[in-house]
Design a protein around this ligand. Structure first.
Ligand code: GLN
Length: 484
């Protein structure tokens, strides 16, 4: 069963070839036997999943099934789940039982998808390797001595290891796409505002966006059909008519104009990644797509601008964790100040503290203009670069990450090198555009991801362009040894 995609599982459920109870139990057994090697789940909610599976089978028997009724999924532990611990990968929230469901979680519940559990992640989604998690790093199923990427590394690993057919992720600077690339799965960061952020623990609010991770683009489209939609509880949610994200699955790419940003094809990309990207370009040419070089002149400033904007917003968002209202509280505080300082000092890990300090500095009187305001101006220039490029092309193509999965511990002592893992993904968040990563081949036995960037609200087309590649190649069907 676990070799099937979400689309295939949905069909099998519909035909009565399998029940949700059987399917959910099967995944729970796999998690029990295989997750010790990966550490990809921080919480497994077996009982609730089985209860939801029974309800899904019941709904189907009564003729009330929707497209995904009965398909079990996993949620990144950044999404609040009522009655279940929501840790965000942090000691600070290790004891936090969310009192309500995030909109995304509620939507999947309403769609009849049992929740297998919550996936491991970098602490407060800050990281590119999953090594900043309070619960220890996730291991990459393709090579358990290597990182799965981050921050949605647990979600990517459960999909790659066939411990869930699909999982939710969030992407502030690349955290859906980069782990998708490093695990050989597909993931899409939608246009900013498409997916509600309500109940999704905030890191950098102007950049954060939830999205699906699954084996194929078609599966991501099916999940996005559930996740996306207006939410009055999120002030940046966008009000648009409902749409079917699978509608371009069979649209041919013949005549599609694909832009290759010259800045993405310079130095810095591993030779193995470059080879795979070139082969993907050749494949699309064979399907009749046309390639044009595009210029994104400010893209080399994106990492620097991001590491002002994201820490600034995080320093403000994370001020709420003060040891008073919820989360970790230190033992025997002397006074209020001691309570604040020790609760935060003991509850947050080193990367989170680094970001809070950088952000507080950048926002402080006298430095705001020099850093935050400047970064916001660069952000506008980056968005304008994309706007000009999209006058010439329909889609932009490039690598997702500069290398394949690196070894655990390889970059932990060098934050700047770690930050450069997102060199091709961050500009997209600064501009608010949709982008996906799809598996496009291997280099030395490790998966390589291809990135497709679209214009605002062009998710359906992006997913269709990815699907057209996936029906003609085998990469998205491949499973790591030991997880077949
Ligand atoms: N790796 C980037 C960071 O550490 C992006 C994280 C994310 O997208 N959540 O900030």
């Amino acid at each position: 069963m676990h070799e099937k995609s979400i689309a295939e599982l949905a069909a099998a459920l519909k035909e009565g070839e399998v029940s949700s109870v059987e399917l959910t139990a099967h995944y729970l057994r796999r998690i029990e036997t295989l997750d010790d090697a990966l550490n990809a789940y921080v919480t497994v909610t077996g009982e609730q999943a089985m209860e939801a599976a029974r309800a899904a089978d019941e709904a189907r028997a009564q003729g009330h099934a929707g497209p995904l009724t009965g398909v079990p999924i996993a949620h990144k532990d950044i999404f609040c789940t009522e009655g279940t611990r929501t840790s965000c990968g942090s000691k600070m929230l290790d004891n936090f039982i969310a009192p309500y469901d995030a909109t995304v979680v509620a939507r999947f519940k309403a769609a009849g998808c049992p929740i297998l559990g919550k996936t491991n992640m970098d602490e407060f989604a800050m990281g590119s390797s999953n090594e900043t998690s309070y619960y220890g790093p996730v291991k990459n199923p393709w090579d358990t001595e290597r990182v799965p990427g981050g921050s949605s590394g647990g979600s990517a690993a459960v999909v790659a290891g066939r411990l869930a057919p699909g999982a939710t992720g969030t992407d502030t600077g690349g955290s859906i796409r980069q782990p998708a690339a490093l695990n050989g799965v597909t993931g899409i960061k939608p246009t900013y505002g498409r997916v509600s952020r309500w109940g999704m623990i905030a890191f950098a609010s102007s950049l954060d966006q939830g999205g699906p991770m699954a084996r194929t683009a078609e599966d991501c489209a099916l999940m996005l059909n559930v996740m996306a939609g207006f939410d009055h509880r999120d002030s940046t949610s966008i009000q648009r008519p409902d749409e079917d994200f699978t509608r371009h699955m069979n649209t041919p790419v013949k005549g599609l104009r694909i832009g290759l940003p010259k800045q993405f094809f310079g130095e810095g990309m591993d030779a193995g990644v470059a080879r795979v990207v070139d082969e993907a370009i050749a494949h699309y040419k064979g399907l009749g797509a046309e390639f044009v070089e595009v210029d994104l002149p400010h893209s080399d400033l994106s990492v620097a601008a991001y590491y002002v904007v994201a820490p600034a917003e995080c320093s403000s968002n994370l001020a709420r964790f003060d040891g008073v209202r919820y989360g970790y509280r230190c033992e025997d505080p002397k006074d209020l100040l001691d309570l604040y300082m020790r609760s935060r000092g003991e509850g947050f890990g080193p990367e989170v503290k680094r970001r809070i300090m950088v952000g507080t500095y950048a926002l402080s009187a006298g430095y705001f203009d020099a850093y935050y305001l400047k970064a916001q101006k660069i952000r506008r220039l980056i968005a304008e670069d994309f706007a000009s490029a999209f006058k010439e092309v329909d889609v932009i193509l490039g690598p997702t990450a500069p290398s394949t999965a690196f070894r655990l511990g390889e970059k932990t002592n060098d934050p700047v090198t770690m930050y450069l893992s997102d060199i091709y993904t961050i500009a997209v968040n600064l501009a608010g555009l949709p982008a996906l990563s799809l598996p496009a081949g291997f280099s030395d036995g490790l998966p390589v991801g291809l990135q497709l960037i679209g214009n605002y609200f062009d998710e359906a087309r992006l997913l269709g362009v990815a699907h057209q590649y996936q029906v003609g190649t085998e990469w998205c069907g491949m499973a790591p040894g030991g997880f077949v």
